[in-house]
Design a binder for this molecule. Structure first.
Ligand code: S3P
Length: 434
């Protein structure tokens, strides 16, 4: 599938983007391991979250749906999973493979985890190392890449792990293995990362302590089924926060968006650039803060992105780079080396596309410098990365020519229906299959 996007237009109206990917994954994992029946609404019916559903079905968990975002999970308890008959294929989903590796390290059965070409190129040493310290037996292919082979029946012991990188996936992997470990499992992180695992464990009645920068839990407890209302994904909202900010005449309301403080770097950074974003109707839904977000066009200016905002906006940089391209002056991002090991090397992928559209940029080892300017049209490669495709689609609002984006199938991993929703709000986008 390819996108063709005509230049110009504005983004106006009201929309609810699909459910949060991180929360959707965790709702299936914890629902499956709980005692009783968990009901989920607002579930993201994207390929990544569906890969997690398929994995738990393959381990004997009865899951109904998703249908219109509703999922019912018949939990089997922490020790109720059964051995999968085949290797578990997690597709494009880093969250699935890393969180599952923690859960599976504590099972009585052995398992193998794999994924698509992009996932098979991503580093897993970051989960193999702490799990090995806990007593797990887990082996990757060359360079610590998937497939991962996990040997069952190993007794895990709680450890303290000082995370070498700001990664919610690694933190969650260790904490989920900790459910099966003897004693206390604790982590410290170099910077706060998304805390959905901690919040949701508490929602399932499992005690998680946080204080003095340490997050800890005791192994051997139990999860009690609950109901979960998944908010709209701020990472999907981000494309429209940028779109409405850059396109003159725009006025958009995004409803029911998750505004967890560990996820709102995109709002903070856009506001520093001069964006007109206001939060309304702030409320708490199932332990997660939610708001409606109004965004109107504004003249943006380039900034030095504050280091403390980087982990809070880690998935939103491709969209933010488009904001930087449309801003007056220079935007500088440093300390974002994690972008190099996402679904693609997002510094390199974005730098290439920005250059294609005539935006001057300088690639740094851990970031990028972008000079705001005039965007032309052109043909964009996406490197199998959903967020690269959607970012360049919204760039067309300020381009002087048509933007043709190749290889957009992966958009469905996180944002099924992106093109239809964007079209309804004013983007002149058409999707074509070869
Ligand atoms: C995620 C954590 C982040 C993020 C990913 C989802 C999660 O990855 O990029 O899209 O759900 O825990 P890292 O933990 O590798 O930074």
């Amino acid at each position: 599938m390819e996108f063709k996007v005509l230049p110009g237009g504005d983004i106006t109206g009201e929309a609810r983007v699909p459910g949060d990917k991180s929360i959707s994954h965790r709702s299936i994992m914890l629902g499956a391991l709980a005692r009783g029946t968990t009901r989920v609404s607002g579930f993201l019916e994207g390929e990544d979250a569906l890969a997690t559903v398929a994995a738990f079905r393959a381990m004997g968990v009865r899951i109904e749906g998703p249908e219109d975002g509703e999922v019912t999970i018949h939990g089997v308890g922490l020790d109720g999973l059964s051995a999968p008959a085949q290797p578990l294929d997690l597709g494009n989903s880093g969250t699935s493979i890393r969180l599952l590796s923690g859960l599976l390290a504590g099972q009585s059965f052995s398992s193998e985890l794999t994924g698509d070409e992009s996932l098979r190129g991503r580093p897993m040493g970051r989960v193999i190392d702490p799990l090995t310290l806990m007593g797990a037996e887990i082996k990757g292919a060359a360079g610590g890449r998937p497939p991962l082979h996990i040997t069952g029946g190993r007794a895990l012991k709680g450890i303290h792990y000082d995370l070498p990188m700001a990664s919610a996936q690694v933190k969650s992997c260790v904490l989920l293995a900790g459910l099966y470990a003897s004693g206390t499992t604790s982590v410290t992180e170099p910077a706060p990362t998304r805390d959905h695992t901690e919040r949701m464990l508490r929602g399932f009645g499992y005690e998680v302590k946080t204080g003095g920068g340490v997050i800890s839990l005791e192994g051997g407890g139990a999860l009690q089924a609950t109901s979960i209302d998944v908010p709209a994904d701020i990472s999907s909202a981000a494309f429209f926060l940028v779109a409405a900010s850059i396109a003159p005449g725009s006025d958009l309301l995004l409803t029911h968006v998750g505004i967890n403080p560990t996820r709102i770097g995109v709002i903070n950074i856009l506001r520093l650039m001069g964006a007109d974003i206001s939060l309304r109707n702030q409320r708490e839904v199932g332990g997660e803060p939610v708001a409606d977000i109004r965004v109107r066009h504004a003249s943006l200016r380039g900034i030095e992105i504050p280091a403390d905002q980087v982990p809070l906006a880690i998935d939103e940089f491709p969209a933010l780079f488009i904001a930087a391209a449309c801003a007056e002056g220079r935007t500088v991002l440093r300390g974002a080396e994690e972008l190099r090991v996402k679904e693609s090397d997002r510094i390199a992928s974005m730098a290439e596309g920005l250059a294609t559209l005539g935006i001057r940029n300088e690639v740094l080892e851990d970031g990028i410098i972008i000079e705001g300017g005039t965007l032309g049209g052109g043909v964009i490669r996406t490197f199998h990365d959903h967020r690269i495709a959607m970012s360049f689609a919204v760039a067309a609002l300020r381009a002087e020519g048509e933007i043709h984006i190749l290889d957009c199938d992966h958009v469905a991993t996180s944002f099924p229906g992106f093109d239809a929703l964007a079209r309804g709000l004013g983007l002149q986008i058409s999707a074509m299959t070869d």
